[in-house]
Every structure is written in C-alpha cells, then in structure tokens.
Design a protein around this ligand. Structure first.
Ligand code: GDP
Ligand code: IMO
Ligand code: MG
Length: 422
C-alpha cells in the first residue's frame, strides 16, 4: 500500500501524480480534507479538477473511496459527481462514500467565512468551504456523519434543525450569517437521496481491499505544512495531511504501508496567509505571467518562492518519505540562476530546522545556494537522460539536501510528461 501526499503547502501536483500512479492501482482512498482541495488532472485536451472524489476515478478500472477522515459537503459532492457523469465518467459502483466521514453543512461555511472576516488582517485565508468548523464540530462531538444521510428523512431533519438552531442562537453575536433550517433540511434531503447508493462502511471496504491483495493508493489532500499539528499553525487547515493522517483517515494501520511518495514542486507555492521564507515576487510574476499558479479551487494567485530544503527536509522526516515525485520542473526552464534555501537565519543564529512558532518562522531569512539554470525547455523530456545536465544536477542536489531519493519527475501537466528517475 502506498501513501501519496504533499510535502509543501498543497498544490504540489498530487492529482497529476496520483492519476499517473493509478494506472497500476485497484483502489484510491482519499484520506482527509474536504472540498478545500483542488486536484488537477490533464488527459490530452481534457482538464479535470477534483475536489472530493479521488483522482483514481479517471481510470475506469479503479475503485475509489472517500474515507472517514474526510469532511464532505453533500451538495458539493453531488455537483462534482454530476459534473463527472456529464463527462462520461462512471461513478456508480466505483465510488464509495464512508459513512464515517463528517458532513460540512451550510452553517459551517457561514462560520468559516464570518470568522475570516472578523480576523481582518490576521486572517488565515481559508477557502471558505467550512472545513475548520466541520472538523471542530467533529472534535467537540456534535458533528453529523455521512451515514446519517441514510436515516429516515424526519430524523435527519430533526438532527439538522438542532444543529442549525444551535448555530443561529449565537450567530449574531459572533458575526456569522444566520442559516435557514428549512432550506438546510431541503438541501440535505435532496443530497441524501442522491448519495445514499454511494454510502458504505469505509473501514470494512478498505480492509477487504487489503485482504484481497488489491493495489491501494491513499490520496492525501493539502500538504505537510498545512497539517494542523505539524504545519505553520495557525496558518493551516484543520486536518492531518501527513502520513499519520492517511492511516487515521482510512483506518488502515501503519504496518500495512510499504511506500510513501512525497509530491513536491521544484519550487514552492502557497495560497493564503502564513510564513513563507523563500517567497519571491519576481518568480511569482514570472510564473503568473506564464498562466501558472492560480488556485484550482478558489482561482486565487498562489504566492511563489524558491525551493526550501529546510521545509522539505522536515516533511521527509514527518512522513517517512520513501521516494519523491518532483513536479513543475519546467516552471524553472527559463531561469539563469536558481536559488535553493539551505538554511534559515533567525536573530543572528543559523537554523537547519524550522522554528516552532509561526511568528519566528515569519522572521527567518533564507540562506541560499545558487544553482545554474539550464535555460532550455524540459517539457519534451521523457527519460531522466533527456534532461539537461544542469537540471539533473539541480534535482540530485535537492534530493541530497532533503534526504529522500528521487522517484518520479514531472515536466508538464500531461500524463506523458512524467518519467522515473534513472
Ligand atoms: P494538487 O492539489 O497537489 O493536486 O495540485 P493542483 O492541481 O492544485 O496544482 C498543480 C498544478 O500544476 C495543476 O495545474 C497541474 O495541472 C499542474 N502540474 C502538475 N505537474 C506539472 C508539471 O510538471 N508541469 C506543469 N507545467 N504543470 C504541472
Ligand atoms: P490541495 O489538496 C493549497 C489552505 C488555504 C488556507 C488554509 C486553510 O489542492 O493541495 P481551509 O479552507 O482548509 O480551512 O484553509 O489551507 N488550503 C490549501 N492550499 N492546496 C489545498 O489543497 C488547500 N486546502 C486548503 O488556502 O491557507
Ligand atoms: Mg490543489
């Protein structure tokens, strides 16, 4: 069993790598997160952006599970399934929704958006999809789970009304929008009818797949430094995006994992607030000018910066990465000089590990080692040996700096623009 997850701040190209790897898989299990994720897969001229549905859905012989560690916006999922159906992607019988997954309800979105407004300059920059409030209801044990969509409609309505009433009681004082219980009940009744055939016991399904020797990929969402425990807190999401979260989210034990593929960009991006030591406006300008690095969920321009080896080294440790999949190498094709951050400077000290506090992290200054650019396109490369020598030096140096072997290299969004190292 293989975990595929992000080693930076999300949007590393997990969707693309999963789609490539799913050619040799039977199951893809999405472990955590919600429709804050946007995983892009390009197949020929077709472009798909998946939010909740695992990327394996685009391979007709692969089965998919949205596992219990995920949070599911029922109407959002219905829309996503309908979008796939319109594009002739079959989901019935192939896509399963764990009854254990918690629901994201309209009032969670109201809390998310209202709280962000209140935070003003200190805002997290969330996707506004209600993810944090849904996970917090789960943690304080008042959340509704996907399995409850199968309840008799009157009982589901009663439980929904109770939650919405509790929200509305405090909404005004908190600066949150009030929510109509009637509308919520109507919306959820519709979604419940649509989603019921997809419901399953996620843990039993996962373990049956394991027991029958199926080849399984666990799809992580977000990235290591958005992990609620290990990220740049509080500028994080509300789930565990690291390898441990892949196990908790699916119910698959750590002893069943053989391989952890860490996906990362050849540079760094992040969306939303929080520290970003290697952020560089000029690189951002260049990449945005090429039409790259706009968020796949919110369309926001991503912040861009140089490769940060301090950050990724920590991600390799946290996740037990057995190999890396480096994407977007082609983004650096036109550059004469490529800095890589090999250490941080903070208050006169040199750090080789990130500081604990985000406020310190934000004060760190990068120590760069500058690599020579290759100044030629890599997008046509189909083997390691096709890459310019300087690109090979750059990638090998990164692997050495972060302490994990190179596995997959990606030089474009297409399936065919992917090859193995060596
Ligand atoms: P994810 O959230 O990790 O799945 O990543 P996103 O899909 O949000 O963002 C990655 C973006 O990079 C998408 O637009 C992909 O199509 C694109 N992409 C992935 N790998 C490559 C690559 O090697 N080169 C280029 N040019 N684009 C890539
Ligand atoms: P994928 O799976 C990049 C970021 C948001 C914000 C923070 C909290 O496509 O890599 P949230 O809505 O989760 O409460 O927002 O996390 N964020 C992501 N950034 N890629 C993602 O997913 C993200 N999901 C959340 O921008 O900074
Ligand atoms: Mg994304």
């Amino acid at each position: 069993m293989t975990i595929v997850l992000g080693l930076q701040w999300g949007d590393e190209g997990k969707g693309k790598i999963l789609d490539v790897m799913a050619a040799e898989a039977d199951w893809v299990l999405r472990a955590q997160g919600g429709n804050n994720a946007g995983h892009t897969v390009e197949i020929g001229k077709e472009k798909y952006v998946l939010h909740l549905v695992p990327s394996g859905i685009l391979r007709s012989d692969v089965s998919c599970l949205i596992a219990g560690g995920a949070v599911v916006d029922p109407s959002g999922l219905v829309k996503e399934i309908e979008g796939l159906t319109q594009r002739k992607i079959r989901t019935r019988g192939r896509l399963h929704l764990a009854a254990q997954a918690h629901l994201v309800l309209p009032h969670h979105r109201a809390v998310d958006q209202g709280s962000e407004k209140r935070r003003g300059h200190g805002k997290i920059g969330t996707t506004g999809r209600g993810i944090g409030p849904a996970y917090s209801d789960k943690a304080i044990r008042v959340g509704l789970r996907a399995g409850e969509l199968a309840l008799p409609p009157a009982e589901l309505a009663r439980r929904l009304r109770e939650r919405v009433t509790a929200h509305n009681r405090v909404a005004r004082s908190q600066g949150w929008e009030k929510i109509s219980a009637t509308q919520t009940v109507r919306e959820m009744a519709q979604a419940a009818k649509f989603l019921r055939p997809y419901l399953a016991d996620g843990v039993t399904l996962a373990h049956r797949a394991v027991a029958s020797g199926k080849r399984i990929l666990i799809e992580g969402a977000q990235g290591t430094f958005l992990d609620v425990d290990h990220g740049t807190y509080p500028f994080v999401t509300s789930s565990h995006c690291t390898a441990g979260g892949a196990c908790t989210g699916t119910g698959v034990p750590p002893t069943a994992i053989q391989r952890v593929v860490g996906v990362l960009k050849a540079y760094t991006t992040r969306v939303g607030g929080g520290p970003f030591v290697t952020e560089d406006g000029t690189l951002g300008h260049l990449l945005h000018g090429m039409g790259r690095e706009f968020g796949s969920t919110t369309g926001r321009a991503r912040r861009c910066g140089w490769f940060d080896a301090v950050l990724v080294r920590r991600a390799v440790q946290l996740n037990g990465v057995t190999e890396m999949a480096i994407t977007n190498l082609d983004g650096l094709d036109g550059l004469e000089k490529i800095p890589v951050c090999v250490g941080y400077r903070l208050k006169g000290k040199i750090l080789s590990e990130p500081p604990v506090e985000s406020s310190d992290w934000a004060k760190c200054r990068p120590i760069y080692r500058v690599f020579e650019g290759w100044c030629e396109p890599t997008t046509e490369a189909r083997h390691w040996r096709d890459l310019p020598r300087k690109a090979r030096i750059y990638l090998s140096a990164i692997a050495g700096l972060v302490g994990a072997p190179l596995g997959i290299i990606s030089v474009g969004a297409g399936r065919e623009q992917t090859f193995r190292h060596g």
